[in-house]
Design a protein around this ligand. Sequence first.
Ligand SMILES: C[S@@+](CC[C@H](N)C(=O)[O-])C[C@H]1O[C@@H](n2cnc3c(N)ncnc32)[C@H](O)[C@@H]1O
Length: 378
Amino acid sequence: MTKAPDESPVAGELGRLIARRIALTGPISLADFTAEALAHPRLGYYRRALPVGAAGDFTTAPEVSQMFGEMVGAWVADRWLAMGRPAPVRLVELGPGRGTLMADALRATRGVPGFHAAVDLHLVEINDRLRLAQADALASFSPALAPAWHGRFEDVPAGPLLLIANEFFDALPVRQFERTPAGWAERMVGLADDGETLRLALAPGVSPFSALLPADAPVGAQAELSEPCRALAAAIGARLRRDGGWALIVDYGHDGALGSSLQAVRRHRAADLLDRPGETDLSAHVDFAALAEAAGTRSFGPVGQGAFLLALGIAERARTLKARATPQQRDALDAALARLIDSDQMGTLFRVLAVGDDGSAAPPGFPDTPLDPRTDVA
Ligand SMILES: C[S@@+](CC[C@H](N)C(=O)[O-])C[C@H]1O[C@@H](n2cnc3c(N)ncnc32)[C@H](O)[C@@H]1O
């Protein structure tokens, strides 16, 4: 039997569960499919897998080089100084992966007087195995900086906030739409005629989400919309308005442009969206304009990750590290720097958005404000 386009055999227990749900209740949105595939309490990808790093499915900026976390640490400490050194300050990371970014950020800010004493550390993570990895990565800062873990940002206690999210929003579900002659129709996950193969198809009729999508798009245009991203940005913005602070969001993304970006990756290679749910990473480009709008407070950027890191002094940091490195380490540092900042690597695809308002000028990195010299990581 030949396979129709967009069909894939149901593999594994989660795939069978999703197929049974669809058989009982009808087609589900791609957002519902993604929520099951990534966060199903027992079988979801982010509940079970150790996805980050060479042995996982993808590599992230903090895993490329310590310099990434160091620059983010300096930025966060700078914002704490600009806020008037509140104590305690809730330092929150969403989806900390292996804990590498936070460990590098804390190591780099040891010398900022009073900062570590003020920090109350909170990690938002749904993966128990990654929570253990994070505890290991941060062990040297305990007990003074022992983290508290939460499953949701909303459970972080009230108080002035410094929030970091690197490649977190891209893991939240998106809906997908296609423009038809009648209007925007939603792409749904249903079943093929065999009753068990997952299949993508457009829902009949015009989607009620049309009001949120461009009215003048041509037939055939694609669009995405993430309610969880907007809801989380709104919750962060409300906290920032109430308690003060800053959020730094780094991700690959766009500015509200049309297109479809939801992609599947397994073992560092592209995979089929519907194939092997629970064993495959699904992610979508982040709509930064929607995040900034939902946050409802002042925002800066997005700027390219390369420009942001250069403005914070990553090139100088690389020079300092190279001065005491072996020739082999120097080559590795050059390669890591290029990977983080070059525009044909992560430098422009990845973007940085800052959200917050303490009445000051733009924060460092947006675009030219220098860091407070007290945050020097050298
Ligand atoms: C793409 S990884 C990024 C990891 C890390 N920030 C880095 O840069 O290496 C996404 C992280 O978010 C966590 N995660 C995914 N979905 C989540 C959710 N709904 N709630 C909390 N954590 C989640 C994952 O377990 C993982 O730690």
